[in-house]
Design a protein around this ligand. Structure first.
Ligand SMILES: [Fe+2]
Ligand SMILES: [Fe+2]
Length: 475
């Protein structure tokens, strides 16, 4: 069961060979996917041989194999974690009933919407990152970018499989539409805001993979609890791949901080202008990038009060993060949760039914997880003997969704008026100058073992290869 059939045109462990209609439909979608990749995948990369991992099994021990491949020949396929025929629904109104092997008619529209929304983020990030290869700070980083790109492509496959297999004709139409929307396109944009923002430089890329791929982790974890068993199994396997994306973000930012800290010590200064002149990114700029990506990402969890969130939970479509590890009744009726709102120029907590606040619950779980990594970044500063620290902004800062979207809040959580906001916004969010400065540092460094001046080398290479391994062979 856990081994993947590679003799098929579409590698899979779902017995695709036995379902001729499905196989034919997916084989028709496949060339359109490749066209999409050629069109908006990593720029100029067609002839590169890249040292990539490919899933060969869903066995947690040894699921991947490393080797050189051309990205458009990557074996994108369909991999589900093994199922448990006896699995029971473990939350919501259907708790205790048998999990669904197929989509119940009454939940079809909601399930389709959730799968399409998740699926849409996968190609979106590939589009957002498509030009980054041209300014990679090292061959090691270039390889990591490409690894993330092919795996986001595979995540699209994972969602498209569910649409084709379980949603008939509308599923097939949705699968086509996933290849037609474009990140940032005025007429046909991607569904969610953060996935229409540009990822113009590598600091943005590392912040994106730290924060926004982590949003992916929390969404996938919530879907891995789903009563719709194929969705639970496919998202569980996606999570295996996702861990590397967040590692790239966390270690990437960490290496930027390490390099900046070294320059601060060398030059005995924390003055931004002197550090910039030395070609490293000053900490206030890193903080502003953090503020931006953090706030845009926490918006992705949706409105703090949402009747849809309640429906998704009660009907068993989407659970909470680590639902199975929680010790409450898993039904949540009559329970409450605190959300924030602005009242008379102040942020106040308000108690609301927990079922309606499940977006906020997931957002708060995400916040806890992200703060932990920021603490690890601060260790780098501590180790360098510097007193400076990075922080995550208040959760009401720079919000565009939910009850907080109508107010302006400073990073330390004060409601401010329009004048104070405009006077300070360039200290709180990346300014045009910040972005121009970071852009000015971006240049292609791709000789094995060489690194751009603004980032420290990693502690070790990929798959126990040396740091100066030739991860990408240019054609
Ligand atoms: Fe993904
Ligand atoms: Fe990802």
């Amino acid at each position: 069961m856990s081994n993947i059939d590679y003799s098929e045109k579409i590698p899979n462990n779902v017995g695709l060979g036995d379902d001729r209609t499905l196989k034919r439909a997916l084989e028709q979608w496949q060339p359109n996917f490749i066209n999409w990749w050629d069109d908006v995948g990593p720029e100029g990369s067609t002839d590169y041989d890249v040292y990539l991992r490919t899933a060969v099994s869903v066995d947690p021990q040894g699921w991947a194999q490393f080797g050189f491949v051309k990205m458009r020949d990557y074996r994108w396929g369909i991999f589900l974690n093994p199922g448990d025929a006896e699995r029971k629904i473990h939350f919501g109104d259907h708790k205790g009933e048998k999990a669904w092997a197929d989509v119940p008619g009454e939940h079809r529209a909601n399930l389709r919407r959730i799968i399409v929304t998740q699926g849409d983020t996968e190609p979106a990030s590939v589009e957002q990152q498509r030009a980054l290869g041209l300014t990679a700070p090292s061959m090691y980083d270039l390889r990591n970018l490409f690894q993330i790109n092919v795996e986001e492509g595979r995540h699209l496959w994972a969602m498209v499989y569910l649409l084709h297999k379980h949603f008939g004709r509308d599923g097939r139409e949705e699968a086509e539409a996933l290849l037609e929307r474009r990140s940032g396109d005025e007429n046909n944009p991607r569904i969610l805001g953060a996935f229409n923002e540009a990822t113009p430089d590598w600091l943005s890329f590392f912040m994106f993979t730290y924060f926004t791929d982590r949003d992916g982790k929390f969404q996938l974890c919530a879907l891995a609890e789903s009563s719709f068993d194929p969705l639970a199994r496919t998202t569980k396997f996606m999570l295996t791949e996702e861990a590397h994306h967040m590692f790239v973000g966390e270690s990437g930012v960490s290496r930027v901080i390490q390099r900046t800290a070294a320059a601060m010590n060398e030059l005995k200064t924390d003055e931004a202008s002197k550090l910039r002149a030395a070609g490293v990114i000053d900490l206030p700029t890193i903080q502003r990038y953090l503020n931006f990506h953090y706030s845009v990402t926490i918006d992705l969890f949706g409105a703090d009060q949402s009747s849809n969130a309640a429906t998704f939970y009660s009907t068993g479509i989407k659970g909470r993060f680590e639902e199975g590890k929680r010790s409450d009744d898993h039904v949540l009726k009559g329970q409450t949760y605190r959300v924030l709102e602005a009242k008379d120029g102040q942020l106040v907590e308000k108690e609301v039914p927990m079922l309606n606040a499940l977006n906020e619950v997931l957002r708060d779980d995400f916040i806890k997880d992200s703060v932990a990594g920021v603490g690890r970044w601060n260790k780098v500063l501590e180790k360098a003997g510097l007193p400076h620290r990075l922080t995550v902004p208040h959760k009401a800062f720079h919000r565009n969704i939910g009850a907080l979207s109508g107010v302006k809040v400073s990073p330390d959580g004060r409601v401010v008026n329009e004048a104070e906001w405009s006077a300070n916004v360039d200290r709180w969010l990346p300014s045009r100058e910040d972005r121009a400065f970071v852009a000015s540092l971006m240049g292609r460094v791709v000789e094995p073992g060489k690194f751009a001046n603004w980032i420290a080398p990693p502690v070790m290479g990929i798959n126990r290869q040396p740091v100066d391994f030739e991860y990408v062979r240019f054609g």
